[in-house]
Design a binder for this molecule. Structure first.
Ligand code: G5P
Ligand code: MG
Length: 228
């Protein structure tokens, strides 16, 4: 048997609205990795009104986490289809039991923690618009669509997420404190946690880019690490 190359098993962690999706979409433009977002996957199920989607909606609309067994089963079965690739997981794991279940499948070797103050986040989420089919994310101030209300690539209408209402955002932030902060401790003890602090993704991204370059070659044609 030959020696298997080390596959990147990365997780991006951060409070709701900290920029996980934005940073991930930049990372996939520069590095040959698969991005898997638990939130995007759940929203896909909700749009298709699958059994999981119907259950998920009752939790997401209240700003609560989906029960560990449901989300773990969903994500682990999805991960089996992309096992051979370098991976960037976004939004999973979000509790210590989820992290422990993931570790039974493979060992996470890189954790990118986006440390953004809560006040900054609350402002951002009310200005967020998304293209549901692709998961593309816009922000009216930060990265507005070229045509107001329309997706840049398909021209389809953009929508706001139901869970971006101010009272639901507060609940999501509380759940992050209580349930996801311990995941950071878990990965810190494992020695794989790298934290990036700041209030602007454009300032955080070059550091994340530099860090990822120590793990994988940049396969983009671009000279710099600025967003496109
Ligand atoms: P999600 O979908 O994983 P969250 O709450 O973790 O949801 P969210 O809201 O998707 O995370 P993000 O990906 O961290 O945020 O941030 P983003 O979308 O990139 O950026 C947020 C906004 O800010 C965008 O409009 C962006 O354009 C803008 N922005 C970015 N950078 C800047 C900047 O520098 N300046 C400005 N002005 N704007 C900026 O999960 C949703 C729900 O699914 C369930 C839970 O109920 C969860 O609440 N769920 C799970 N439940 C249990 N276990 C799991 N593992 C689960 N995963 C999902
Ligand atoms: Mg996201």
């Amino acid at each position: 048997m030959g020696v298997r190359p080390l596959l990147l098993r990365a997780v991006i962690v951060g409070a709701p609205g900290s920029g996980k999706g934005t940073v991930s979409s930049r990372a996939v433009k520069h590095f040959a990795l698969k991005h898997l977002s638990s939130g995007d996957l759940l929203r896909e199920h909700m749009n298709k009104r699958t059994e999981i989607g119907i259950i998920a909606k009752t939790y997401i609309d209240q700003g609560r986490l989906i029960p560990d067994d449901i989300i773990t089963q969903l994500m682990l079965s999805e991960l089996k289809t992309v096992e051979q690739h370098h991976l960037l997981l976004d939004g999973f794991p979000r509790t210590v039991p989820q992290a422990e279940a993931l570790e039974k499948m493979f060992s996470v070797n890189t954790v990118i923690d986006l440390d953004v103050p809560f006040e900054t986040i609350q402002q951002r989420l009310t200005a967020r618009w998304i293209h549901p089919a692709s998961g593309r994310v816009y922000n009216l101030e930060f990265n507005p669509p070229k045509v107001p209300g329309s997706d840049d690539i398909t021209g389809e209408p953009l929508v706001q997420r139901d869970d971006d209402k101010p009272e639901t955002v507060m609940k999501r932030l509380k759940s992050y404190e209580a349930e996801t902060k311990p995941v950071l401790e878990y990965y810190k003890r494992k020695g794989v946690l790298e934290s990036f602090s700041g209030t602007e993704t454009n300032k955080i991204w070059p550091h994340v880019h530099h860090f990822l370059q120590t793990k994988l070659p940049d396969v983009s044609q671009k000279e710099d690490a600025t967003p496109s």
